[in-house]
Design a protein around this ligand. Structure first.
Ligand SMILES: Cc1ncc(C[n+]2csc(CCOP(=O)(O)OP(=O)(O)O)c2C)c(N)n1
Length: 333
């Protein structure tokens, strides 16, 4: 039995239709990212483009438990979080193309994906603050006596930032309904986490804050789903925050167009590609007769169409009108 199979035997499995919804979500993120990478090469994406290829299981597994009123705060690698939280491929692609039909009306791009109506409270180019913003959302839900949760997605590069210490400590002492989801993909740009951290086991840090903490295989969507389900339940019932370390890997360059050599070996990249979260989950669905090949192929064909249409829609969308440039700007003077 592989580690993957063993983890599934122990995990609380989702309902059959949810198993397929997870597959659909994984495929949506992967195909959208691949479309964005191609579009970047064609010069259609304006600004940086950090893809989430290889890490899709985390956004899919966590966001499957969230309601539109739950608040997600994300990072520079946030397309998958936005999609899993309910922003459509059309709105994501159009935003990266700088078009008025994008979720931020073409004003922000990849690192400013906002859609408060579905609880997507923003991707961000600054490493760390999402931890504090999610803590603040949790505090606000607690004050308002709502059973909603705040979720921070962040990389290993954020955990040695002061925001991590302040956010986790505050959430712990006030038992705030927050999930701190660390996507530990082993590198912050080109810096290995093992080099940058005195204690490279993020999951071990929770107890230092008096906080529930768990480490899971971030390439295993069912393991993430299981851990996030327990954490969301704990948060909604007033039992406080959880730190979830998801061990994963990005298989593309840090950012599209960047060189991807000199800091990791091809063998390492290939070993992680062999643990691709989508390939593994697809095989698991088939082996366990949760879905037949025709069903999965139909989902793949449908999402391929959805994403191609989204790119076409974005390409044909208008640019923001120049005369609207001063709209949505706060004047603090
Ligand atoms: C406060 C801050 N410091 C430095 C940077 C420059 N920077 C951009 S991405 C990045 C690496 C982040 O690594 P990690 O948080 O592990 O996320 P990953 O890119 O691996 O998903 C850094 C240091 C930044 N954007 N913000």
């Amino acid at each position: 039995m592989t580690d993957y199979q063993a983890a599934q035997e122990m995990a609380e499995l989702p309902e059959p239709e949810q198993l397929l919804a997870l597959y659909r979500q994984l495929i949506t993120i992967r195909y959208t990212e691949e479309q964005l990478a191609r579009s970047h090469q064609m010069g259609l994406v304006h600004g940086a483009c950090h893809t989430y290829v290889g890490e899709e299981a985390i956004a899919a597994g966590v966001c499957a438990h969230l309601r539109p009123e739950d608040a997600v705060f994300s990072t520079h690698r946030g397309h998958g979080h936005a999609l899993a939280k309910g922003v459509s491929p059309r709105e994501v692609v159009a935003e990266l193309f700088g078009r008025a039909t994008g979720c931020s009306q073409g004003r922000g791009g990849s690192m400013h994906l906002f859609k408060p109506e579905v609880g997507m409270m923003g991707t961000s180019g600054i490493v760390g603050p999402c931890i504090l913003q999610a803590t603040g959302a949790g505090y606000s839900f607690k004050l308002l006596k709502k059973d909603n949760v705040g979720v921070a997605f962040f990389g290993d590069g954020a955990v040695n930032n002061g925001a991590f210490h302040e956010g986790l400590n505050l959430a712990s002492i006030w038992k705030l309904p927050v999930l701190f989801v660390c996507e530990n993909n082993l590198y912050a740009t080109e810096v290995p986490f093992a080099y940058a951290a005195g204690n490279p086991h993020v999951g071990n840090r929770g107890p230092a804050y008096g906080m529930e903490s768990v480490t899971v295989d971030g390439n295993d969507v069912l393991a993430v789903f299981d851990a996030a389900g327990a954490a969301v339940e704990r948060a909604r019932s007033g039992e406080g925050p959880t730190l979830i370390e998801c061990k994963t890997y990005r298989t593309r360059a840090h950012s599209e167009g960047m060189r991807d050599a000199g800091y990791r070996t091809q063998e390492e990249v290939d070993a992680w590609k062999a643990r691709d979260p989508i390939t593994h989950y697809r095989k698991w669905l088939l082996d366990n007769e949760e879905a037949g090949p025709e069903t999965l192929s139909a989902i793949e064909a449908e999402i391929k169409e959805v994403v191609a249409e989204a790119a076409e829609f974005a390409r044909n969308s208008p640019w923001p009108e120049p005369e609207t440039v001063s709209e949505h700007i706060f004047n603090q003077g």
